[in-house]
Design a protein around this ligand. Structure first.
Ligand SMILES: CC/C=C\C=C\CC(=O)SCCNC(=O)CCNC(=O)[C@H](O)C(C)(C)COP(=O)(O)OP(=O)(O)OC[C@H]1O[C@@H](n2cnc3c(N)ncnc32)[C@H](O)[C@@H]1OP(=O)(O)O
Length: 280
């Protein structure tokens, strides 16, 4: 294990296989996401993007629950309450408030923008900005005791850092998404599995993290060129028409097909051996 990523609110371990395990670590505050935490998430995932030692990421959390959402103690008095320069002009203060929201959006979107696949492993509760976070991940697994709440309306706001944009595309049931977002009701792990918010459930956190790491290990054994290309193209294609997606894929793969990994993978397949791929 190497650990070159030192943070206050995150524990990051990167294995020799290329699996980065990120643990949100504010257990006393139920992993409530303060400015430090979302800034570190943005920084960490932006760094993963260009770190060839990282091939796949597992995102989990320490303590009783995955996250209680935005840090409300900080939000009550901190930059969310007064993100501007103190100017009383609504346009001027609104301008800076918008920039502040966009900074948080960018931090959460860094999870999606990082071309290495990210598996969210969710135990206990996942509230508010936690849903924004897991929606930006590629895959989600959970414990049987997990629950999910799109909590924002309960604190008087619309979710604004990714849930409303990504959740409908994950779940594919507009009526269900709208009900969950308008009511802020608690969604059980079983229901999350049934609607496709999570892919599988585990009896314990240990079992879930072990399974997530196992999936990450399989992904890390594949050609990193193929894996990052697949994530990049899936995300691009999700947000474009089929025609646009196909055109972009052809241009992308015109470069990616020149990878050393392709002949290695094809030969290994023909010879029934296990290929080894150097880092990206
Ligand atoms: C631009 C804006 C971008 C993003 C916006 C996102 C919005 C959101 O995330 S909305 C969601 C906000 N979160 C909530 O409304 C949840 C608040 N918490 C709870 O409802 C409960 O704590 C619980 C999650 C249901 C768990 O309850 P319980 O098991 O009874 O634990 P507690 O005793 O309540 O909490 C233990 C400890 O944690 C502190 N804490 C809990 N949640 C938060 C939080 N969101 N922010 C800050 N601190 C939190 C709680 O105060 C306790 O601390 P003590 O020091 O022991 O008092």
């Amino acid at each position: 294990m190497t650990n070159r990523y030192q943070y206050e609110c995150l524990i990051v371990n990167i294995s020799s296989e290329g699996i980065a395990h990120v643990e949100i670590n504010r257990p006393k505050a139920l992993n409530a996401v303060n400015t430090q935490a979302w800034s570190e998430i943005g920084h960490c995932f932006t760094r993963f993007q260009s770190d060839g030692n990282v091939r796949c990421v597992v995102l989990s959390a320490a303590g009783r629950i995955f996250t209680a959402g935005l840090d409300l103690k900080e939000a009550a008095t901190g930059p969310l309450a007064q993100p501007n320069t103190g100017d009383t002009d609504r346009a001027r203060s609104g301008y800076y408030h918008r920039l502040y929201i966009m900074k948080i959006q960018d931090a959460i979107s860094a999870i999606e923008a990082c071309d290495k696949p990210v598996i969210a492993a969710i135990h206990g509760g996942c509230l508010g900005i936690g849903i924004d976070m897991i929606s930006a991940c590629d895959m989600r697994v959970a414990t049987e005791d997990a629950y999910f709440v799109v909590k924002e309306v309960d604190i008087g706001m619309a979710a604004d850092v990714g849930t409303l944009q990504r959740l409908p595309k994950i779940v594919g049931n507009d009526s269900w998404v709208r009900e969950a977002c308008y009511t802020a009701r608690t969604v059980s792990s079983k229901e999350a599995l049934a609607v496709g918010l999570v892919g599988s459930l585990y009896a314990s956190k240990e079992d879930m993290v072990a399974a997530a790491l196992e999936t990450a290990s399989v992904i890390a054994s594949k050609s990193p060129v193929a894996v990052v290309s697949t994530k990049h193209l899936l995300n691009y294609s999700r947000d474009h028409t089929v025609r646009e997606g196909l055109e972009y894929t052809a241009i992308w793969n015109a470069l990616a097909h020149n990878s050393r990994d392709m002949p290695v993978a094809i030969m290994a397949s023909l010879q029934k051996t296990k290929p080894l791929f150097p880092k990206l």
